[in-house]
Structures are given as C-alpha cells and as structure tokens.
Design a protein around this ligand. Structure first.
Ligand code: HEM
Length: 117
C-alpha cells in the first residue's frame, strides 16, 4: 500500500507541477504558444486529478477534518481552473491568468493541508 501511495503521489505532484508551471509561464508568453500547449496541459491536469482522487480514496477516505477541508478547497480550485482553460480558448491569455490564480491557490492548499489545525 505504501508503494502505491508513493507512486500516486509522484504522479500527482509531477503532473500538477507541469500543469501549474506551464500555466504560470503562459501568463507571460506569446499568445500563439497557449494553443500548442493546451493538449499537454489537459493531459497533465487529467493525471493530477485522477491520481489526486485515488489518493483521496486511499489516504483521506471519509475524513472530515481541517486537512480534508483544505484539500477539498484546493481540489475545487483546480477543477474550476481546468474548466476555465477548457472553456475560454478564444481568450487564451486571460484564461491562463485566471487559471494561474486558481492553481496557485490549489498548490498552497495542497502543501499546507497537513499543518492546518
Ligand atoms: C482535483 C484535483 C486534486 C485532488 C483531488 C487532489 C488530492 C490530493 C490529496 C488527497 C492529497 C493528500 C495525499 C497524502 O496526504 O498522501 C494531495 C497532496 C498533494 N497535492 Fe493534490 N489534489 C488535486 C490537485 C493538485 C494540483 C493541481 C496540484 C499541483 C501541484 C497538487 C499538488 C499536491 C501536492 C504537492 C501534494 C503533497 C502535499 C504534501 O504532502 O505536502 N494537487 N492532493
């Protein structure tokens, strides 16, 4: 079980870092680059969400404590960010900027969750 959790965490963190990092970079880059990276971003988003849900099922399960609530908030922000990136493709720079704010909130929630009391 430990190996499974570690593997899922590795996939989760790597995919999440690519998703968030590319989103932050695209807020400061050329308009044309955003559509080219869209597919890779959505693959990374899918991997991060699927691994995150699996971790939720294994590690958190039915817990209703401050850590679980903080992770829930972070996950909700990430899902909204994916929706923004998917639905605002005609205004890609604005979409990346909104998603960058939301995903920054996700990262903060994910890393502080174990310490929230
Ligand atoms: C729907 C989206 C997401 C869900 C359901 C989710 C779920 C989770 C869960 C349940 C954990 C706790 C794992 C454990 O304690 O063993 C976790 C940890 C973590 N998540 Fe997410 N996550 C999501 C999105 C993201 C994104 C987009 C990132 C971006 C980098 C991210 C980064 C992290 C990191 C770095 C940790 C480890 C935190 C630590 O232990 O210090 N997550 N996530």
């Amino acid at each position: 079980m430990h190996m499974l959790v570690m593997g899922l965490l590795a996939i989760h963190a790597l995919a999440g870092v690519f998703w968030v990092g590319s989103t932050l970079a695209l807020t400061h880059s050329y308009f044309e680059l955003t559509p080219k990276l869209f597919r890779a971003q959505m693959v990374a988003a899918t991997l991060a969400v699927v691994a995150g849900l699996a971790l939720w099922g294994i590690v958190i399960r039915g817990a209703q404590d401050p850590m679980a609530h903080t992770l829930q908030l972070g996950a909700a922000l990430a899902l909204i960010a994916a929706g923004v990136q998917g639905s605002m493709r005609r205004t890609p720079v604005r979409a990346q900027r909104i998603a960058a704010l939301l995903l920054s909130g996700t990262v903060v929630c994910m890393v502080i969750a174990p310490y929230v009391t």
